[in-house]
Design a protein around this ligand. Structure first.
Ligand code: NAD
Ligand code: DAU
Length: 384
């Protein structure tokens, strides 16, 4: 059964993936409005959406997904038929140092969104046999963006995660995402809410906050700072370019079946150390070829004839660190027509270029809070 989304309510739309999705949808999607609802936590950045100022199809509303009454009122005010839920606390390391916000936003917040959606799309529609409200019972979609981390950790020869792989979350972050996935499923089974879930692998690309491995490594190379690699660096992730992920969510909205789950991967399995070394080599090459870049990033080793690989610093491992993630996206390929469109090499190359040409964007993020986070996370990991 195909569905045509019209007015979207995009929670967490000022974050990394959410903002990429909003740009993608407004450039490629239907004709309706996109209402971004975001609390603008440390990870939310209104600058990510600056290019949309003045676009009549775009509205920004600041708010918290735990505020069910506010969400319910906005669904009605903007005549929303589609929710895409990106809002979350998303960083595993932060969940180890402070899990409470993860339970609040990821579990309690998702429940509040589900309750507001049920109230607007199902309860109100059932009370009124004819007209717009009854129409909403038939035509609505609640799409929840989740993660491969809910499936736990794989051994080197294990088969990739499928949609029927049992849940085995290992961090407070992945446990909170698992809880939210179960609530979404329950709202479909119990109340008939038209839900879909995508569980995807590690995203990378533009607007990625520099606390995650790829943007942190790029920024630290450019600033000539140490590149922290947890443990032996042989942990494996499946890297998915954010543009491919956004396209997959668009397909899940229009072609996905209510109640179904789709795994989304990027064909990009590799070790962390390979990611870090590749970024070193890409940036070294850019700087060697360009005197202006050497002047701009004069603390980066290649600016004075060195190599960024010398910045690589092995630090203590993340507690409970999942060894390997891998995704079988066969169901999304068959049922949605999904395929990732670029290789990891192409994606890393264009991502490096994006950070080289968007220096003010990432420099603005490196303030006091960021430094405090870096100290809190990395000081205890230093090896004596
Ligand atoms: P992010 O941390 O960059 O952005 C999260 C956004 O949610 C921010 O804009 C923040 O302000 C907002 N937010 C946080 N708490 C909120 C609240 N209570 N109410 C409203 N807004 C709130 O995250 P991301 O990397 O863009 O991830 C988006 C979603 O995708 C998350 O649900 C995450 O679990 C999932 N996911 C991410 C990845 C990845 O590699 N980044 C991979 C798989 C799944
Ligand atoms: O798999 C999907 C998940 O990917 C998402 O659900 C999360 O929201 C997202 O943050 C990401 O989680 P990871 O923990 O895999 O991403 P992160 O970038 O934090 O780390 C990637 C790998 O690199 C991981 O094995 C830990 C390691 N790492 C990370 C940092 C920040 C390092 O070695 N050094 C670092 O400084």
């Amino acid at each position: 059964m195909s569905f045509e989304p019209h007015n979207l309510f995009v929670t967490g739309g000022a974050g990394f993936i959410g903002s990429n999705f909003v740009h993608h949808w407004l450039a490629n999607g239907g004709t309706g409005r996109v209402v971004v609802f975001d609390a603008l936590t440390y990870a939310g950045n209104i600058d990510n959406l600056a290019a949309l100022e003045g676009n009549p199809r775009y509205v920004f509303e600041r708010g918290d997904i735990c505020d069910e009454a506010r969400v319910r009122a906005l669904l009605e005010r903007y005549d929303i038929d589609t929710i895409v839920n990106f809002a979350a606390e998303s960083h595993v390391d932060r969940s180890i140092l402070g899990p409470d916000d993860f339970i609040r936003t990821n579990v309690v917040g998702t429940l509040a969104l589900l309750k507001a959606a049920k109230s607007f799309w199902i309860d109100a529609g059932n009370k009124q046999a004819l007209g717009d409200a009854a129409q909403r019972v038939a035509a609505h979609r609640f799409h929840h963006v989740s993660t491969d981390e809910v499936y736990g950790s794989l051994g080197p020869d294990d088969a990739p995660f499928r949609e029927d792989t049992p849940y085995a979350p290992n961090s407070p972050y992945s446990a909170s995402k698992a809880g939210s996935d179960h609530l979404v499923r329950a709202y479909h089974e119990t109340f008939g809410l038209h839900t879909t879930i995508t569980n995807c692998s590690n995203n990378y690309g533009p607007y990625h906050f520099p606390e995650k491995l790829i943007p942190l490594t790029i920024v630290n190379i450019l600033l000539g700072k140490p590149l922290p690699v947890y443990g032996d660096g042989l942990q494996v992730r499946d890297w998915l370019h954010v543009a491919d992920h956004c396209a997959a969510i668009g397909l899940a909205l229009s072609r996905g079946t209510a109640g179904q789950v789709y795994n989304i991967g990027g064909n990009g399995e590799t070790t962390n150390i390979n990611i870090v070394q590749s970024l070193c080599d890409l940036i070294d090459a850019r700087l060697r070829a360009d005197a202006k870049l050497r002047e701009m990033f004069n603390a980066s080793p290649a600016a004075s004839g060195g190599t960024a690989r010398d910045l690589i610093t092995h630090v203590r491992d993340r507690p409970g660190h999942d060894r390997r993630y891998a995704i079988d996206y066969g169901k999304a390929a068959r049922e949605l027509g999904y395929q990732p469109s670029r290789s990891l090499e192409e994606g890393l190359d264009s991502t490096v270029d994006w950070y080289l040409t968007h220096t003010p964007w990432w420099q603005a993020l490196l303030g006091r809070d960021y430094d405090a986070w870096v100290r809190a996370n990395y000081e205890p990991k230093k090896r004596s």
